[in-house]
Design a protein around this ligand. Structure first.
Ligand code: ADP
Ligand code: MG
Length: 361
């Protein structure tokens, strides 16, 4: 069964370290997303799993077997490329039947396989058309059907939805997860889109500059990120710079740059430590007291209003208020802000500065 194990895998191009010493186990049947900013090494990593390129160091195991020297055709996997690569002169059914055809399966079986997977992606009525006659979303589905038609239990997807309109992309996400779970397939899905990663994955592997920053379930990474890069990259967050003023098992006191104070429930650092507190916009509330701030912008978001403020502490703070409360706020207005103490996460202040610690480069 296709458990994928990476052991100390690196890929170097001269001085460029595209992937830097990654060890990772993707369990049989698991849906894992490799997430990270453009250029962080995602495609390089998935290509090494596929066998399109060879690691400079380290080993790739699929189903317990060392893949060194094993060609892509012999790895028993389905691969969807970053750019849709359908055969333009073959019709949809023949594109999907590609794998059974190169395996010399009987003609009836080829046709039945094409039918089965086109039905799964709901494109049976397009089977006689050429790829050029389909829209982007349909081409993407054909490409997925072709990968599934290999019959392999390991599916590698490189930005499979990135070329699509936002609406189609959202619909396809759910189709994708439903399909592969239904078929019991192990999936490695590469994306730079954190929302996409959150909505399809059992587990997210967050990469930065060739390395794994952090991995965990979408909920773990959103609610309990272990570092500032994760807190910033997955979802949105506010950072408050300060020091631990009083450390206690219950509530700890944080002092901000203007001397104002904030209480947080979980502070693992000693008194005097320079820290950064991360609080997501949905956990900041206007109140009758708290951090003094001035509203700098108000944006209608459909289901809520996003209010941006500048606090006296120099921290920029964003918060969301219910649609019905939108008329209560104006640009330039002074407000007091409270944060949900339990939702506040405290990080040690990075030596290189916040901007550098969360930078995507
Ligand atoms: P991602 O898919 O996350 O956007 P890639 O894996 O494509 O990132 O690239 C990671 C880094 O490796 C980039 O800096 C890229 O320029 C470099 N890189 C990728 N492929 C090659 C190559 N064939 N030769 C030289 N550098 C490469
Ligand atoms: Mg890529």
């Amino acid at each position: 069964m296709p458990e994928v194990v990476l052991r100390g895998v690196s890929k170097k191009y001269g001085k460029v370290v595209a992937v830097d010493d990654i060890s990772l186990t993707i369990k049989d049947g698991e849906y894992v997303t490799i997430l990270g900013p453009s250029g962080c090494g995602k495609t390089t990593l998935i290509r090494m799993i596929a066998g399109i390129i060879q690691p400079t160091e380290g080993q790739v195991f699929i189903g317990g077997k060392d893949m060194k020297g094993v060609e892509i055709e012999d790895r028993d996997l389905g691969y969807v490329f970053q750019n849709i690569a359908l055969f333009p002169n073959l019709n949809v059914a023949d594109n999907v039947a590609y794998s059974p055809r190169v395996k010399d399966r009987p003609a009836e079986e080829q046709a039945a396989t094409a039918k089965k997977y086109l039905e799964l992606v709901k494109l049976l009525d397009r089977m006689s058309m050429l790829p050029g006659e389909l829209c982007g979303g349909e081409q993407q589905k054909v490409s997925l059907a072709r990968a599934l038609a290999t019959g392999s239990k390991l599916l590698l997807l490189d930005e499979p939805l990135s070329a699509l309109d936002a609406r189609v992309r959202m619909d396809l996400r759910y189709d994708l997860r439903r399909l592969v779970k239904q078929l019991g397939i192990t999936t490695v899905h590469v994306t730079h889109d954190q929302e996409e990663a959150m909505s399809v994955s059992d587990r997210i592997v967050l990469m930065r500059k060739g390395s794994v920053m952090e991995m965990g379930s979408p909920e773990q990474l959103y609610t309990k990120p272990q570092n500032m890069f994760t807190a910033n990259f997955i979802g949105e967050t506010n950072f408050f710079e300060g020091w631990v003023k009083e450390r206690a098992d219950g509530l700890s006191k944080i002092e901000l740059r203007d001397g104002s104070e904030m209480s947080v429930a979980n502070c693992p650092f000693d008194k005097g430590t320079a820290i950064v507190v991360s609080v997501r916009p949905e956990f900041v509330f206007p109140f009758t007291s708290g951090l003094h701030a001035k509203i700098t912008s108000i944006t209608y978001m459909g289901t809520y209003w996003r209010i941006s403020t500048e606090a006296d502490s120099e921290d920029e703070v964003e918060l969301d208020v219910p649609v019905a409360d939108g008329s209560l706020y104006k640009i330039g207005q002074e407000v007091y802000l409270m944060v949900n103490r339990k939702a506040a996460i405290v990080f040690p202040r990075p030596r290189e500065g916040i901007a550098e610690a969360i930078s995507l480069e």
